[in-house]
Ligand binder design. Structure first.
Ligand code: FES
Length: 183
């Protein structure tokens, strides 16, 4: 019994990746009171927190499985083309009743190869990149499967309000930017 209680306590204390992503999304989209952190020479510094826009993308009722929807996020400047797709399979960070709706920036994080039009419904992957063949798993947060890239695709954090899907943040850096909010 003591062992069971210990396991249950441990489980409750663990933050699942999904919970982390959801909380990250809320943080990214929300307004925060900035915490103060210790800096050099004993002075305190305000932590820098990104404030992503909350942007309407599409309606969940209009989505068709395996039919990508292109949109721009977090702005309409260079490198902001993103793709939302209903995979038909549960995915990390997935939205909707089946947790299968995900969105990603479409520039390859290796050297900026264009990935629009490379979605493969049967495997739920994006790629191979036309430049150096990198392939990304959309069910696992855009994780690299093969190729030259070393980073995952930037994943768009999504939120559902009634029938409407919103983009509320990004995990990962868009290729060609040093700050996702500055093109
Ligand atoms: S730019 Fe895509 S693999 Fe190099």
């Amino acid at each position: 019994m003591a062992r069971e209680n210990e396991i249950a306590t441990h489980h409750n204390n663990c933050l699942s990746r999904r919970a982390f992503l959801l909380r990250s999304g809320m943080v990214a989209a929300g307004s925060l009171v900035l915490p103060l952190v210790p800096g050099l020479n004993g002075q305190t510094l305000a932590a820098q927190v990104a404030h992503y826009p909350r942007m309407f993308i599409t309606r969940i009722s209009t989505l068709e499985r395996h039919t990508p929807v292109l949109f721009n996020y977090p702005d309409h400047q260079r490198n902001s083309t993103c793709m939302l797709v209903k995979l038909g399979a549960r995915a990390g960070g997935g939205l909707g009743p089946a947790r299968d709706i995900v969105a990603f920036n479409t520039l390859c994080p290796h050297m900026g190869g264009p990935l629009v039009g490379t979605y493969k419904p049967a495997e739920q992957v994006l790629g191979p990149c036309p430049f150096h063949q990198s392939l990304y798993d959309l069910t696992r947060h855009g994780m690299i499967i093969s190729g030259h890239a070393t980073e995952s695709l930037p994943q768009v954090l999504l939120e559902l309000e009634g029938n409407d899907i919103y983009a509320v943040g990004l995990l990962g850096l868009i290729y060609g930017r040093h700050d996702n909010l500055k093109a």
